[in-house]
Design a binder for this molecule. Sequence first.
Ligand code: CP
Length: 314
Amino acid sequence: MKHLISLKEQSKKDIADLLELAIDIKQKREKGIATPYLKDKTLIMLFQKSSTRTRLSFETAMTELGGHGIFMDTRTSQLALTDFGLEIQAIMRFGHILMFRAQKVADVELAASFNRIPVIDACSEKYHPAQALSDLLTMVEHSHGLQNIKKIAWLGIENNVSNTLALVCAKMGIQVAIAAPERDIDSIDEELDAQLEATGKVKRSLDLKEVVSDADYVHTDTWMNMEFFDSGVIRPEFKEEFDRRIQLFTPYQLNADLIERFAPQAKIMHCMPCHMGYEISRDALDHPNSIILDQAENRLHMQKAILVWLLQNM
Ligand code: CP
């Protein structure tokens, strides 16, 4: 059974197939051609953390594929009251795919280990594969083909998003340059690091000019973890860490000055939500090179491809 967890399991061909499928489904939508490939199928969308894009893209994807997406969270279900392993097995009896935004990837892996239905990691502390594949789609479109993407740059903290983005790019032969003074400790996966290393495509440096020069795309993401916030406000117990990170990462902000000085050719990307004025400036978001909203929209098209691909030949 196929699952989408870290992208470690997916081959170059798998990624190419997902891209081809996403492009085809997107083109059909633009021409008004229906794609009811998942009629009568149900996606269970389980969230232990908040979301805008992931929920909207997966739920809309299921609607447009002729199926149905059910939203569940910890607050309004019985998950917090009982044994997770047992409850998730019951949950999986009701759907054909489980999409799970978990606090801990171990719970996603546990759900997948039952091999009852395909499981998608929808952003754990280590991975965000659906984001990485969607970002690859956006870059392929803007570069008019995978073969034209030579290098991407990542600025700020190394985290779950950079793990899977770097892996998908490196597997597809794209050079990845990273300027990050620190990694999010919870995101570290030594097996993923070894796969990345083996590609020979990843370079780390704190020299911003070296990292962004010649990059086709410059990416960043929030320096903060979701658990630092409660309804958008920093929780008191994380205030010190919040301030420390701002001090450490501010020199690696993605802003218009950096792009204009060192990489005027590069497109600006951010998976959103943006913490404006921190990891990305207002002038970068408004810059003509910014493709952030195309990036957000492509979550929908790639999510459809992921859902169809996972259920193919089952
Ligand atoms: N990029 C992303 O996963 O967005 P959400 O947290 O809004 O789902």
